[in-house]
Design a protein around this ligand. Structure first.
Ligand SMILES: Nc1nc2c(c(=O)[nH]1)N[C@H]1C(S)=C(S)[C@@H](COP(=O)(O)OP(=O)(O)OC[C@H]3O[C@@H](n4cnc5c(=O)[nH]c(N)nc54)[C@H](O)[C@@H]3O)O[C@H]1N2
Ligand SMILES: Nc1nc2c(c(=O)[nH]1)N[C@H]1C(S)=C(S)[C@@H](COP(=O)(O)OP(=O)(O)OC[C@H]3O[C@@H](n4cnc5c(=O)[nH]c(N)nc54)[C@H](O)[C@@H]3O)O[C@H]1N2
Ligand code: SF4
Ligand SMILES: [Mo]
Length: 689
């Protein structure tokens, strides 16, 4: 209990982990975090939190935090002053861009940090170097959702809020393990189940989410398009499509109808018995209101954009968009992946998705940012994955804000080789990561508990992040650091004094966020964009009456099934799938510093089917070596029938782990790498006597 001299305070803020955006109170005693308390007024989580939310304060005061800038000198990192570090970065970036032009630089921003930081970095790239080579890690997450849903519905965002599943008559969870990855969105699904709303989970793996389903449909990994096409064939064949909706609100039906004719029965591709396909198709089409919730099982494949459009096709064909209880909802991954995209940390749009290719948008931004007429580029910038692939050739210098590519990007050995080729590289993080080794300068930012700002959750809700404690040592706000480099280069418009200044800078040039003021975010429910005017109440549900596309129509597409880039063969006979566990968040810089979370999952493991383990003589918990064409990893076997024979599953959280194996092949439309599918072989490691 607090004594009379201590200063206990509660600071309401937003969880720094997943895109659900739960509200919580940080508990501060004498300037230090001591815990987390429920924030019951948040309509998102109503005071509940998952294990990561409960422990999100533990890493903040870790002794491992970065506290000073570091510069690499003669191959060794030494502490530096801010002046030295900022001068060096300004000089190097200027030199490299003067010599090689705007396409020689790459800027990558985190989806972990606040909107204000994301806006600052893309503004710096565009104003400082006239480059559109700026991207964020949505590229390897929900990039295909942005691309696919824009094509289908005219907007790349989720159509309905999380709690709206309670208004549904059927919930389809497709390639989403929400119970582990979005637990407080998963809670809404559990509430719906209690109400008697049926739940169908479509996943090649018997996931924790599949365990709560009324029906689990196992299909072969990465055959979504074939399965969706089969379903649509039977919906049309049995006349269950919504003809009035199709005629009034959509285009592309004939193209779709023609394409799906080839997919009447393709069990040999997707592995689902015909009768199951038919009954699922009928159930979806006949439900009064059916919602599809999907996630990375859909997106992280070289067919990602088409998989997303297949979900759009299903909803448009049956009229399941544009009212409560329906829709197509990607569960956005990171706490601020929606926001990083909204802020224009994207190679073809400014904040609020204003296209860089449109001359009027460019001249508007040039005025807003005080730039010379005609100076902003119209070209599509290099994406996150392309920047890494082009490192050393086209790309000479890179700036990484809050990313750990050595662990999280596909083919770690390739990533390391590429980073080594750069002339100059900056990492700005809160911890020393595996990637920092490849930097020339490492800068200490501040974490969510140490700064003001906003995170935009997966339902387009802009939530406030509030400073509870000071950052360690000489760490600074991330936007402040970027402003320092910009000012060193003599740039105007970076003289922000607070996070609110940055937000207002952004609002002034962003129509769909103009009305989302900090004042309006004081309410526990905050505000959903689009919110064009200060009087506007915000927009929880999209596409009511009219789609966001220019012609107001939703578009159906005839899409053919394509194989993944690399499929199992005689040499590499297993299919590796990848994903998450509830206790860790990505590269574990934060969650592994929470005692309980580390205790639950201290090291990596691989799920392997009982039959395969038996054939190989591998026992539970034994070490195995897994090899792909690109690298190898050593892990422990976890034997179960959750995965099908010849299919493996590993979580992506560990260094030297599954991303040693993964494939860099890209989805042509969204440039998403095939993070969730590659071919591998497995060997038992003989235990030393
Ligand atoms: N605990 C925790 N929660 C997180 C995160 C975290 O790191 N830890 N990260 C957040 C982020 S950024 C994101 S994007 C979300 C991700 O959230 P999810 O996408 O729900 O999580 P994943 O476990 O990556 O993958 C979901 C499922 O995809 C399946 N899958 C379905 N279809 C296919 C297929 O055809 N092929 C393959 N290979 N797999 C398929 C896998 O079996 C897995 O169960 O989670 C967010 N929440
Ligand atoms: N094989 C495989 N690979 C995957 C995936 C998969 O499913 N399978 N999922 C992919 C997905 S969906 C994603 S989103 C990516 C995630 O990949 P990353 O974004 O690279 O992973 P994180 O661990 O979240 O790394 C973010 C870094 O930001 C730092 N950080 C956190 N908060 C702040 C802050 O406020 N300021 C600063 N400066 N730094 C901060 C953390 O310490 C950490 O080092 O991984 C992808 N990789
Ligand atoms: S569900 Fe997501 S936002 Fe909510 S507490 Fe857990 S990690 Fe945080
Ligand atoms: Mo993600």
């Amino acid at each position: 209990m607090a004594n009379s001299t201590s200063t206990l305070k509660y600071v309401p803020t937003t969880c720094p982990y997943c895109g659900v955006g739960c509200g919580l109170n940080l508990v501060v005693n004498d300037g230090k975090l001591v815990g987390v308390e429920p924030y019951k007024r948040s309509p998102i989580n109503e005071g509940k939190l998952c294990p990561k939310g409960m422990t999100c304060w533990e890493h903040v005061h870790s002794p491992d935090r970065l506290t000073k800038p570091k510069i690499k000198k003669n191959g060794k990192f030494v502490d530096a002053t801010w002046t030295e570090a900022i001068d060096l970065i300004a000089k190097k970036f200027k030199e490299i861009s003067d010599k090689n032009g705007p396409k020689s630089l790459g800027f990558q921003t985190s989806c972990r940090t606040v909107n204000e930081d994301c806006y600052a970095l893309q503004k710096f790239a565009r104003v400082g170097f006239q480059t559109n080579n700026v991207d964020n890690c949505a590229r390897i997450c929900h990039g295909p959702s942005v691309a696919g849903l824009s094509l289908s519905f005219g907007s790349g965002a989720a159509t309905n809020p999380f709690e709206d599943v309670l208004n549904s008559d059927l919930i389809v969870m497709w390639g989403s393990n929400a119970v582990e990855a979005h637990p407080l969105a998963g809670r809404r699904v559990m509430q719906a189940k209690k109400k008697g709303i049926p739940i169908v989970v479509v996943d090649p793996r018997y996931s924790t989410t599949a365990r709560l389903a009324d029906k689990w449909i196992r299909f072969n990994p990465s055959t979504h398009i074939a399965l969706a096409n089969s379903m649509m064939y039977w919906i049309i064949k049995e006349g269950l499509q919504n003809t009035a909706f199709i005629n009034e609100r959509t285009k592309g039906f004939d193209d779709l109808k023609k394409t799906v004719e080839k997919y009447a029965d393709c069990e040999e591709i997707h592995g689902v018995p015909l009768e199951t396909v038919k009954s699922f198709a009928r159930q979806y089409a006949r439900a009064k209101n059916a919602v599809i919730i999907y996630c990375l099982g859909i997106t992280e494949l070289t067919t990602g954009t088409d998989n997303v459009r297949s979900m759009g096709n299903l909803a448009l064909l049956t009229g399941n968009v544009g009212r409560p209880g329906v829709g197509v909802n990607p569960l956005r991954g990171q706490n601020n992946v929606q926001g990083a995209c909204d802020m224009g940390a994207y190679p073809n749009v400014y904040s609020g998705y204003q296209a860089c290719s449109v001359a009027d948008n460019r001249s508007k931004m040039e005025k807003a940012w005080g730039m010379k007429e005609g100076s902003l580029p119209d070209w599509y910038g290099s994406t996150l994955t392309e920047q890494v692939n082009d490192a050393g050739s086209v790309i000479k210098a890179m700036y990484f804000l809050g990313l750990n590519p050595v662990v999280s990007y596909p083919d770690s050995n390739h990533v390391k080789r590429q980073l080594e080729k750069l002339d100059f590289c900056v990492f700005q993080d809160i911890f020393w990561t595996e990637s920092c080794e490849y930097a020339d300068v490492v800068l200490p930012g501040t974490c969510f508990a140490e700064k003001d700002g906003t995170f935009t959750s997966g339902e387009r809700r802009v939530n406030r992040v509030r400073k509870a404690v000071d950052g360690p040592g000489e760490s600074k706000y991330d936007w402040e650091i970027i402003g320092m480099v910009a000012k060193k280069m003599g740039l105007k418009g970076f003289d922000w004094k607070s996070a609110k200044d940055v937000w207002d800078d952004m609002r002034a040039c962003t129509p769909n966020l103009f009305g989302a003021t900090y004042e309006k975010m004081e309410k526990p429910e905050s505000i959903h964009w689009p919110c064009p005017t200060v009087e506007h109440p915000g927009t929880p549900i999209l596409h009511i009456g009219k789609f966001s596309a220019a012609d107001g129509k939703g578009t159906m597409f005839g899409l053919e099934y394509r194989q993944p880039a690399e499929v199992a063969d005689a040499e590499y006979p297993f299919t590796m799938m990848t994903g998450r566990v509830i206790f860790h968040y990505h590269t574990r810089t934060q969650t592994d510093r929470a005692a309980q979370l580390h205790y639950e999952v201290p090291e990596s493991y691989c799920q392997i089917n009982t039959i395969d383990a038996k054939k190989m003589g591998v026992k539970e918990g034994e070490k195995i070596k897994i090899t792909s064409r690109r690298g190898e990893t050593i892990t422990r076997a976890r034997i179960s029938d959750d995965v099908a024979p010849k299919v493996l599953y590993m979580a992506m959280h560990f260094n030297q782990g599954v991303n040693n194996l993964t494939n860099t092949a890209l989805d042509p439309l969204s440039k998403m790498p095939e993070l969730k599918h590659c071919a591998v072989k497995v060997e038992k490691i003989a235990e030393a006597k």
